[in-house]
Design a binder for this molecule. Structure first.
Ligand SMILES: Cc1ncc(C[n+]2csc(CCOP(=O)(O)OP(=O)(O)O)c2C)c(N)n1
Ligand SMILES: [Mg+2]
Length: 321
């Protein structure tokens, strides 16, 4: 924990609780029909998101798939504008035209939010190529699910990133399943980080994705390596507590399995760590939790009171007559 002070750790706690409360509210709004389309929750994966984003500098880049709310919040996108995007409002981070799966911010180098499994991997390589070509000191952190490691984009992107020594961290968020398919039903090599060998790149190993500090340290090391030497493939072992998306009957796993992982809830675990490290911190943590609830309520109010996109908005950014 060298170099990590109390203010930083409490802020990580705040971010993790914010992701959890924000998404619980999203689930409610989805059930009320206020959020449309698909909704993929990050609940259970908060330590991976917060610990990894904390290892990035402002000039670094993050890009992910559709399970993007937690990473957007951790990267510092405004919860109000994210909630407005969820509700398809004009004030949303993508003007209300993207929704849950397409959160992005150019200012914060958070490049989305993509619905095609693996489709953002070539984009990550492209961003890293830009940095390398321009001799800019920037690292790209590309998140993907375990399921994305068996699609062609994975091969193409990892291979070229190694050929060109691009500054990318390929981070597999291994939550055990791609929709209803367990990793061992889809991958011959179930230790996904080991595929690094096949591409001649550094194997960054596995990290406990339920431990925010461990994730921070592992990604910090990988970022230092990538910025000097080229790509790293690594794996964060995590678990999603909710279904793949809203309405998933979850026939592919048992309740006991979910309960077993829930017992190691990353937020509960981190709270315990903080309480052991700083006596009398419990009151501060409770205050943080109350403040987060207020932030989420404000975000919902802002989103609900925001206007819908207009016809002009709808036809803007369309490259056709
Ligand atoms: C090219 C493509 N094929 C199939 C799908 C349908 N699909 C959506 S999510 C998903 C599973 C991906 O699982 P994983 O990469 O492990 O991510 P997780 O949902 O666990 O975060 C699939 C197959 C898709 N969106 N894109
Ligand atoms: Mg998965």
């Amino acid at each position: 924990m060298a170099g990590l002070n109390k203010t930083t750790l409490l802020d990580w706690y705040r971010q993790m609780v914010l992701i959890r409360r924000f998404e619980e509210k999203c689930a409610e709004l989805y059930q009320q029909g206020k959020i449309g389309g698909f909704l993929h929750l990050y609940i259970g994966q908060e330590a991976t998101g917060v610990g990894s984003v904390a290892a990035l500098r402002p000039q670094d880049h993050a890009i992910t798939a559709y399970r993007d709310h937690g990473l957007a919040l951790a990267r510092g996108l405004d919860p109000k504008a994210i909630m407005a995007e969820m509700l398809g409002k004009r004030t949303g981070v993508s003007g209300g035209k993207g929704g849950s799966m397409h959160l992005a911010s150019r200012e914060l180098n958070f490049w989305g939010g993509y619905g095609i499994v693996g489709g953002h991997l070539p984009l990550a390589a492209g961003i890293a190529l830009k940095a390398k070509y321009n001799e800019e000191d920037e690292v790209v952190l590309c998140y993907m699910g375990d399921g994305a490691t068996n699609i062609g984009y994975f091969h193409e992107s990892l291979n070229l990133s190694a050929v060109w020594d691009l500054p990318v961290i390929w981070l597999v968020e291994n939550n055990g399943y791609g929709m209803g398919t367990a990793v061992d039903r889809a991958s011959g090599q179930v230790e996904l980080h080991k595929r690094a060998v096949g591409y001649g790149m550094k194997d960054g190993g596995r990290v406990d994705g339920m431990d925010v500090i461990a994730v921070y340290e592992a990604i910090s090391d990988a970022a230092r390596y990538a910025s000097k030497n080229g790509p790293v493939l690594m794996e964060s072992m995590t678990y999603r507590f909710q279904g793949h998306s809203m309405g998933d009957p979850e026939r592919y796993r048992s309740k006991e399995e979910v309960q077993r992982y829930a017992a190691g809830d990353p937020i509960g675990k981190f709270r315990q760590t903080l309480v052991e490290k700083y006596k009398d911190v419990a009151g501060e943590l409770d205050k943080i939790e109350d403040a987060v609830v207020a932030t989420v309520a404000e975000a919902v109010e802002y989103a609900e009171n925001s206007p819908a996109p207009t016809y002009e908005d709808l036809v803007a950014h369309v490259y056709a007559d």
